[in-house]
Design a protein around this ligand. Structure first.
Ligand SMILES: N[C@H](CCC[C@H](N)C(=O)O)C(=O)O
Length: 286
């Protein structure tokens, strides 16, 4: 079974074509394939191209814990590059259908850079979803802006957003990997987020630059995230802390985000091909 490995600023994915599958991709098989020691190792699997009635192709995105994600910014750049490399698209601009909505990709520099129109960010609790309310009630439909969330020994002020997948954005004066690794796992499964959530700790560097540390739903600490970059940049803009053009600095590198007036997001970033190969049948024997 073929796989194609790419990374986007160190957030790595395996592309698997459904035509090459010899068995269904169950959560157990996904965990094995993505395992850093017992498998190929990856921050997720991109299953495609799939047929679509609304776009050129459809894509399904799986986290290494086996859960399915509605959207992945780095995953979409990687999948767009894969389609270009394999000659499955003849134009440099094409649409892709995801569970979290339709996106438009534009290949640049022979696929070493990809721009994706990621869709519109919403801060509304029923879209994300987020339950509760600013006062601890059951569920008040509201934009989730500067509310409180308590974990173990800390209470953070956060904003929540969705761009198809859920995000919890916590502005801080300084951010570092340790804070994401300490609090990310607890916030990921906080009861305020019925579908769990991705988490970003965000430092606003200036009006056109933010720095984030990321804990991803279903993947843990990652070096970069396109949907996290989109959500964090949208929050910084919503809070009036940043202009519309924002460079997002992450441990793996930088992504450029443009936040339009209606909070639709344009994301531009790199893609690097790592390898292509065959999964061995032995991978699933024990
Ligand atoms: N773990 C995420 C999906 C991947 C997001 C990230 N790798 C990106 O580039 O957007 C979720 O469950 O929503």
């Amino acid at each position: 079974m073929k796989f194609y490995k790419y990374h986007a600023l160190g957030n790595d994915y395996l592309v698997m074509n459904p035509q090459d599958l010899l068995f269904p991709l169950t959560p157990e098989k996904i965990k094995t394939i993505c395992h850093r020691n017992f498998g190929i190792g990856s921050d997720g699997i991109l299953l495609g191209p799939l047929a679509s009635k609304t776009a050129r192709f459809a894509l399904r995105i799986f986290n290494p814990d086996g859960s399915e994600a509605e959207k992945s910014g780095n995953g979409l750049r990687i999948f767009s590059r894969y389609l270009w490399d394999r000659g499955l698209v003849s134009e440099e601009s094409f649409s892709i259908e995801t569970v979290g909505g339709l996106v438009q990709s534009v290949i640049q520099d022979a696929g070493k850079t990809v721009q994706v129109e990621m869709g519109k960010v919403s801060f509304w609790s029923n879209d994300i979803p987020v339950v509760g309310d600013a006062y601890g009630g059951l569920h008040l439909r509201r934009e989730v802006i500067e509310e409180k969330i308590s974990v173990s020994d800390e209470t953070f002020t956060f904003c929540a957003a969705t761009i198809g997948n859920p995000h919890c954005v916590i502005p801080l004066a300084e951010v570092k990997p340790a804070i994401a690794k300490q609090y990310g796992p607890i916030l990921e499964v906080h009861p305020l987020f019925p579908n769990r959530t991705n988490v970003q700790f965000m430092k606003v560097v200036n009006r056109n630059t933010i720095q984030i540390e990321i804990w991803e739903r279903g993947a843990g600490y990652t070096l970069a995230s396109g949907s996290s970059s989109s959500a964090a940049a949208a929050v910084a803009h919503k809070l009036g802390l940043c202009d519309s053009s924002i460079t997002v600095q992450m441990p793996g590198g930088e992504i450029l985000i443009q936040v339009k007036d209606d909070f639709t997001i344009s994301m531009t970033g790199s893609v690097t091909k790592v390898a292509e190969g065959e999964l061995s049948a032995e991978l699933f024997t024990d």
